[in-house]
Design a protein around this ligand. Structure first.
Ligand SMILES: [Cu+2]
Length: 188
C-alpha cells in the first residue's frame, strides 16, 4: 500500500480504534488497536528530529520511504513494514529496537525482547530469534520496494519498543543502515 505513504520529509499518521469487531473466536469483544506511521529517510545532518534517518545512502537512499503498521488485540499483535526506494534486490535485516533513533546508529539500543536476556547486549540465540523479537527482514524487489510482517501472541511492554532499525544483512546482527522512530503501542 505505497499509496498510503505520506509525502514530506517527516510525516506521521496515527490511527487508534477501540471496540471489538466481533466474530473472532478468541478476540470477540476484545479491544483492538491500529497504528500506522510513515516517513522518508534523510541523512542525520538533514534530520532535525532524527525521525527517519539513513546511515548508508547507498542501501537506504535519501528520500526512500518506510511505513510501519501495528495492529492487534490482546495476545495477537501484528507489525508490518513496507518500504519503497531501497536498493533493488538486497536482503535487509530489520527489527524492532528499544530506543528512538539518533545521529549515532547505536542510539536505538538493542532489540526489543519479549523475554529479556539478562545479559545485554544480547547475543544468545535463545533470546535473539524471530519468536522472542520482532524481525521484519525483507528482500527488496527490482523496483526497490519490500514488505514484511511479524505476528506474535504478546504485546510490547509500555514504552520499551521505540524504533525499527534496518541492517545490512538478514538475521540478528549486521551493520545498521537506517532507523525509523515509531510510536509503538502501548506508549505508556
Ligand atoms: Cu536490529
Amino acid at each position: 500500500m505505497v499509496a498510503g505513504m505520506l509525502a514530506g520529509a517527516v510525516a506521521t499518521a496515527v490511527l487508534a480504534a477501540g471496540g471489538g469487531v466481533g466474530g473472532g473466536a478468541a478476540g470477540e469483544g476484545a479491544p483492538f488497536y491500529e497504528m500506522k506511521v510513515g516517513g522518508r529517510f534523510a541523512p542525520p545532518a538533514a534530520s532535525m528530529y532524527v525521525w527517519a534517518v539513513t546511515y548508508d545512502t547507498k542501501l537506504v537512499p535519501a528520500g526512500s520511504q518506510i511505513e510501519i503498521e501495528q495492529s492487534g488485540r490482546p495476545n495477537d499483535m501484528s507489525v508490518t513494514l513496507r518500504v519503497k526506494g531501497m536498493q533493488p534486490g538486497h536482503a535487509y535485516g530489520a527489527h524492532v529496537h528499544q530506543k528512538p533513533c539518533g545521529v549515532d546508529p547505536e542510539a536505538a539500543g538493542g532489540h526489543y525482547q519479549h523475554r529479556k536476556d539478562p545479559v545485554q547486549p544480547s547475543e544468545d540465540p535463545a533470546y535473539v530469534n524471530a519468536e522472542n523479537e520482532v524481525w521484519l527482514d525483507f528482500t527488496s524487489g527490482t523496483d526497490g520496494s519490500g514488505t514484511a510482517t511479524a505476528r506474535h501472541d504478546w504485546e510490547f511492554r509500555p514504552g520499551e519498543a521505540r524504533s525499527v532499525v534496518l541492517h545490512r544483512e538478514r538475521g540478528g546482527a549486521g551493520e545498521r543502515v537506517a532507523c525509523f522512530t515509531v510510536p509503538f503501542l502501548p506508549t505508556h
